[in-house]
Ligand binder design. Structure first.
Ligand SMILES: Cc1ncc(COP(=O)(O)O)c(C=O)c1O
Length: 385
């Protein structure tokens, strides 16, 4: 059962066109806040469609952090945060001095539900943060409806959801802010990098200033070179021109990326459906179009108890794996210590963290790789009783 092929869990897709785009920037003199960032913002907005206004930033975490700063959320406030997500979602809340209130997920999709959010609201709740887990869009119309009734802001963490749509509308454009990541294993990359998105132009403009020291005018808007004012506090969360050039080149191919991921995911769905004792994290909601970020396979007992062994044997066969996410955030040491979390809470998130394994998906795979991965997993499971 030794596979001849090494299949990494993920690999960035960098073409000669991407390399030429980055080199062209290095041959010029403008390395930051220049035309590449501006064009990338416009082209990204065009891809999202609707009323998107985009702001290039240094990471998704930077976009999340600025969302809370911009909406004035701080000490004494609470923000709903999914238990099953990346720590960035909770850290952003902590950095403004507010309290993350964690909510468990739906065991089938890994997403928070409108009901789960509603029961966690208190008079101190100021915002709801959602993550579209594995690229499956949350039920955004119901979540936005709840937020509007309660006067709450909605921050969408779209780090792994580029291309995901609900009722045809791209995620990130339902709430008050959408935060995207271009970290290397994402749908597209700029090395590090991200995009802050809002359907409100004024919000995007304000966050654009916040990301660049709070400066009131861009280089082209200055009547005298070097002359500007700083009417508000700011940060430096900018993206460089080299990154933006890479992002522009990548976003041109995003439809191909999404199509291939969808095709491979459908193959996984079909093949995994024939194996007993495993379940794919997936959505049956016809209104939800996933971005197919990852193939997260939930193991039934007794396989779940042998997860580490299964992972090691897949890796030994040349198949890369990962786990989404390694622990529910409230169980991570910082949050467990600070909030004395009951380890038995967030049962669904804990089950996905403790009993799932994610297998490769991306442009580096061919359909035959999917067949090989599923066959290898199936063979390993047959040896476990
Ligand atoms: C859901 C989620 N949010 C935020 C992040 C952080 O993204 P970045 O590395 O761009 O800050 C990640 C990273 O994987 C993520 O999975």
């Amino acid at each position: 059962m030794t596979t001849s092929r090494q299949i990494p869990f993920a690999r960035p897709w960098i073409t000669d066109e991407d390399r030429r785009a980055v080199l062209a920037v290095l041959e010029g003199n403008i390395l930051t806040h220049g035309p590449q960032c501006k064009s990338f913002e416009e082209e990204f907005s065009q891809f999202l469609g609707g009323d998107a206004h985009s702001v290039t930033v240094s990471s998704c975490m930077a976009a999340l952090h600025m969302s809370y700063i911009h909406f004035g959320i701080g000490p004494g406030d609470e923000v709903i945060v999914p238990a099953l997500t990346h720590s960035a979602a909770a850290h952003a809340v902590e950095w403004v001095g507010a309290k993350p209130v964690f909510v468990d997920c739906d065991p089938r999709t890994g997403n928070v539900t409108p009901h789960g959010i509603e029961v966690a609201l208190t008079p101190r709740t100021k915002a709801i943060s959602v993550v579209h887990f594995a690229g499956i869009p949350c039920d955004m119309p119901a979540i936005v409806d709840l937020a509007e009734r309660r006067g709450l802001k909605v921050i969408e963490d779209c780090a792994i959801a580029l291309g995901a749509r609900y009722d045809g509308r791209h995620v990130g454009l339902f709430g008050d802010a959408g935060c995207f990541s271009f970290y290397p294993v994402k749908h597209m990359t700029t090395g590090e990098g991200g995009m802050f998105v809002s359907r409100h132009e004024a919000v995007a403009q304000a966050v654009g200033r916040l990301r660049a020291f709070g400066v009131d005018r861009t280089h082209s808007e200055r009547s005298l070179p070097g002359m500007y004012d700083v009417p508000s506090l700011g940060l430096n969360y900018r993206m460089s021109e080299m990154q933006a050039a890479l992002g522009r080149s990548q976003v041109r191919r995003i439809k191909d990326v999404l199509a291939k991921r969808a095709e491979l995911f459908a193959r996984y769905r079909r093949l995994l459906g024939t194996i007993k004792g495993v379940r794919l994290i997936d959505s049956a909601d016809p209104r939800a179009a996933s971005s197919h970020y990852c193939v997260s396979v939930l193991l039934d007992p007794p396989y779940a108890a042998k997860r580490e062994d299964i992972v090691r044997r897949l890796n030994a066969e040349g198949i890369g794996t990962s786990i989404y996410y390694p622990q529910p955030v409230p169980r991570m040491t910082y949050y467990r210590k600070k909030y004395a979390t009951d380890p038995t809470s967030f049962a669904n998130a804990a089950r996905l963290s403790d009993q799932s394994v994610a297998v490769p998906l991306g442009m580096h795979l061919e359909p035959a790789d999917v067949d090989l991965i599923v066959e290898t997993l199936s063979d390993i499971l047959k040896t476990i009783s």
